[in-house]
Design a protein around this ligand. Structure first.
Ligand code: AMP
Length: 215
């Protein structure tokens, strides 16, 4: 299955995609994560993307599309993938449509207040990238990843000034994709109206909907 996760920053795309991936046997692919890896490794892609990410803006379409194309051409993605954070613009969606078909688009509908509360308390493992939340999804030991023992940190772009910009960017560039995919009859709306819904419940809800459309 080729699946797209849509939703504002902090809506849970990455958390749910990484839990759905082993259940579905297909990789979760996050362009944000790929950019962070590139930055960590000091690559040319990382150097270009960093300037945009620090400001909460989108990296250039051409750069992002090239990176994504190379990733989905890899062997582990041949039976499908879950895209988290791509596409984020109409040109990116057009480019994806030229490479492959999409089976479903999961649209996480989350009010701004919840997104802001989640992003400002989000933490991530420096080593394995697992996502936590100091209020709602705490690690067993403060500041330490349950899975690999890595250090938990707050992403620079999860700080208040950047969160506001990212939400504006989402509204302007990414929200139009909901209609874009609704016209193709691909969208499954998944509402979330509470800040601390356990991820496993949301994943269960999403998986149920996906099974329904597959049947
Ligand atoms: P994320 O981890 O998905 O929140 O992405 C973090 C940042 O990476 C975004 O704010 C953008 O600066 C950049 N980024 C990630 N995915 C894309 C994309 N599809 N298009 C452009 N920029 C992206």
């Amino acid at each position: 299955m080729k699946l797209i996760m849509l939703g504002p920053p902090g809506s849970g795309k990455g958390t749910y995609a990484s839990r759905m991936s082993p259940q579905m046997g297909i990789p979760a692919i996050s362009t944000g994560e790929m950019f962070r890896e590139n930055i960590k490794n000091g690559t040319p892609t990382g150097k270009i993307a960093k300037a945009y990410m620090d400001k909460g803006e989108l990296a250039p379409d051409e750069l992002t599309i090239k990176m994504l194309k190379e990733r989905i051409a890899q062997a582990d993605a041949k039976n499908g993938f879950i895209l988290d954070g791509f596409p984020r613009t109409i040109p990116q969606a057009d480019a994806l449509g030229k490479i492959t078909k999409t089976d479903a688009v999961v649209n996480l509908v989350v009010p701004d207040g919840i997104v802001i509360a989640r992003l400002s308390s989000r933490r991530q493992c420096r080593k394995c990238s697992k996502i936590y939340n100091v209020l709602f999804l705490k690690p067993r030991a403060e500041g330490v990843c349950d899975v690999c023992g890595g250090e938990l940190y707050q992403r620079d772009d999860d700080k208040p000034a950047t969160i506001k910009e990212r939400l504006e960017v989402y509204r302007k560039n990414t929200q139009p994709l909901i209609n874009y995919y609704k016209k193709q009859n691909l969208v499954i709306d998944i509402p979330c109206n509470s800040v601390d819904v356990p991820p496993e419940l949301m994943v269960e809800k999403i998986m149920k909907e996906l099974k329904r459309i597959k049947a």
